[in-house]
Design a protein around this ligand. Structure first.
Ligand SMILES: Cc1cc2nc3c(=O)[nH]c(=O)nc-3n(C[C@H](O)[C@H](O)[C@H](O)COP(=O)(O)O)c2cc1C
Length: 254
């Protein structure tokens, strides 16, 4: 299996060290190869907001840079780590630019069956909300998300805080590995079922063949399917799915 860490720090320090230790742990658990990707070493422009990726397709993005190299690395991986320092109570700019460039993926998620998690390195605090954010992003892109972790790195690092840092990375990597080897296609929660059914109904009713979201959903069979991938919904979820379809129709007509 292959696991890739995308690191949103310009320096090779705490986020990098955490990912390296995490990935070395994975290697000790099983047959895992890994790559540490420092986003600062790639040419990645900020999103221009033209929406061409949404409307016409990501291949029409006017920014000709390393985006597709990075996406290729996700495609080639079974698991992914999004690691970022806490900068002003959010992910770093480097990480945000990367996520914005994957933004079309929230319309057309593609990373089902892959596992992802997040690591946030911070000095003092408020990083839990960043972990939550990154985990939500992962879910939105289709990943199976293992709840991320927040590591305190206030310098100078004491022996005690280094030990806690190491312990948390160990726990996190074990949990990640357990999910990674499952390669699951889980039954969606009510929330994600709703997201899928509302999105697909509005795309089907409001767009036409000139929109990439429409052709993508149509070609994947998502206008008819229960969910993004084949899954057995229990009768309650099956019925609720139909209710979400109807609700979306009502919202469109109102
Ligand atoms: C510009 C900047 C903003 C930061 N903002 C915060 C912050 O809001 N909260 C916090 O706890 N730490 C903050 N920090 C500290 C970093 O999150 C912390 O040093 C982290 O471990 C850096 O990760 P790195 O070693 O991977 O670069 C900030 C650091 C920098 C350089």
């Amino acid at each position: 299996m292959k696991v890739t860490a995308f690191i949103g720090s310009g320096r090779k320090r705490h986020s990098y060290n955490a990912c390296e230790k995490f990935l070395q742990n994975l290697q000790s658990y099983g047959d895992v190869e890994y790559e540490l990707v420092r986003l600062s070493e790639y040419n990645l422009g900020t999103c221009r907001g033209c929406r061409v990726c949404f409307d016409k397709g990501e291949e029409h993005c006017p920014s000709r840079d390393d985006r597709d190299i990075l996406i290729g690395k996700i495609n080639d991986s079974d698991g992914v780590i999004f690691a970022s320092p806490n900068y002003s109570f959010q992910v770093s700019g480097l990480m945000k630019v990367f996520l914005d460039r994957l933004g079309y993926g929230f319309h057309r998620p593609d990373f089902f069956g892959k596992t992802c998690t997040s690591i946030v390195a911070q000095g003092i605090g408020k990083g839990e909300s960043i972990v939550k954010y990154l985990d939500f992003v992962g879910k939105g892109l289709g990943f199976n998300v293992v709840k991320g972790c927040c590591l305190k790195t206030l310098e100078p690092m004491t022996e005690k805080s280094q030990a806690k840092f190491d312990r948390m990375v160990d726990i996190q990597s074990r949990r990640f590995y357990a999910q990674l080897i499952k390669k699951e296609f889980p039954v969606p929660t009510f929330w994600w079922l709703m997201m899928f059914r509302m999105a697909r109904t509005s795309i089907k009713k409001m767009l036409d063949e000139s929109w990439r979201d429409y052709t993508y959903f149509r070609d994947k069979g998502w206008f008819e399917s229960d969910y993004f991938y084949p899954v057995r919904l229990n009768p309650v979820k099956k019925l609720t799915g139909k209710v979400f379809d109807k609700l979306a129709l009502q919202i469109i007509r109102s």
